[in-house]
Design a binder for this molecule. Sequence first.
Ligand code: 5AD
Ligand code: SF4
Length: 457
Amino acid sequence: MNFHDSERLAGLLEAEGYIRADSDASADLVVINTCSVREKAEEKLYTRLGEIRQAGGDSRRTPVVAVAGCVAQQEGDRLLRRQAPIDVVVGTQSLKRLPALVDEALALQRTRVDVNPYEDVSFPLGVVRHSDPIRAWVTIIEGCNEFCAFCVVPYTRGHERMRPVCDLLAEVEQAAATGHVEIQLLGQIVNHYQAPDDPSCDFAGLLERVSAVPGIARIRFASPHPRHVTDRLIGAIRDLPAVCKHLHLPVQSGSNRMLAAMRRRHTREDYLSLVERLRAAVPSIALSTDIIVGFPGETDADFEHTLDLVRRAEYQSMYSFKYSPRPNTLAGKRLPDDVTEAEKTRRIQALQALQRDIQMASFRRAVGTVETVLVDSLSRRRSWELAGRTSGNAVVNLPGPADWLGRFVPVRITEVMPNSLRGEAAGPAVDRRRPDDTVAGKFPTAGHAHAGGCHAD
Ligand code: 5AD
Ligand code: SF4
């Protein structure tokens, strides 16, 4: 979501006549879009500010610096106390005010701060600067009302607000018209969507409408909440060919005691029975998840429950995190961070080792099968080497010509790599973009996207 907010900020600035600079040193304006979901993400802001100050160096030429996003929202004018070179602080809910705030800061020679958390979610349509020619991100919900005990999001993004379906479809249409074949719908609880302008359009209904837009051949979404996975949603994943057979389903812990302390409002039994229902309806579905280790009070026995759930759910990939206390949250205020750093490290390593084995076993089962791969990048090192993703979101590397970028290729899987698969074309590449588009030459190189697999923080 932050990545997409950066695309929106870039689009807003371009609409005002700004052009992209090559480096900090040549930029007149630097916008740092921040994340505060974990402590490490937040620290990056201060590292980045230091780099910008250094890049100015002896020339004494300092760009205007704007800090946007969740740390801006959370800290507001407290950010200015650190004597950092900041001219504008713009919160998650005031992004569209960025160009005006920069103008004011320049005109008044004063720092401008806008962290109004109550602004509506309407956003100027058509200003996004899409940074990827194949997939386009579309925010459908802002904010969250769940208040999980560890999570800062309800405080940084505010309460849940849904965007009108007519705006969303206009964005999807525009993305399709510029050659994008894949849409990624974004929201903190994306499957809680209910169109404010059409009572008949829930999240499953939205998937139907997006898949009816000509030129859209793949739809992904992040992140659904296990509590809101309805039969209608499972039916949409099963029946709509454009909807990818992949579900990112954050579980956070396999221990009911921890889930209750985290205020997740689902149990391990609820979760595992949902996994069963999903696999019964869509046998090929690939699942991924988020897990936190070392939440306050987590014992060895709790952690064993997490390992056990991971074995049962058989995720294709996993994002795992060591707990870090966050400002304003229930856990941050009330629960001592009592699992030692060494123990958090031991647990995350054990979890990732287990997940690696599960992923390797699932990858090995794929060898010999034919998967449809949407080619989305070129290798930086080898000109004939391409990469793409299966519907289940596995990364596949294959040899092929550069003009396969953006096309769907049937690929026979031949080999398992540490975090991806290798294969070779087993049929012709199919172009499913709208016919009149010219998007050649705008493709990213491999390494731009995340590979699947374990991610540590
Ligand atoms: N500490 C560690 N991990 C966290 N996450 C959210 N808040 C915290 C925290 N305080 C993780 C959750 C969430 C993902 C986006 O980040 O697993 O799903
Ligand atoms: Fe945070 Fe997700 Fe919980 Fe909302 S549902 S509070 S975004 S972890």
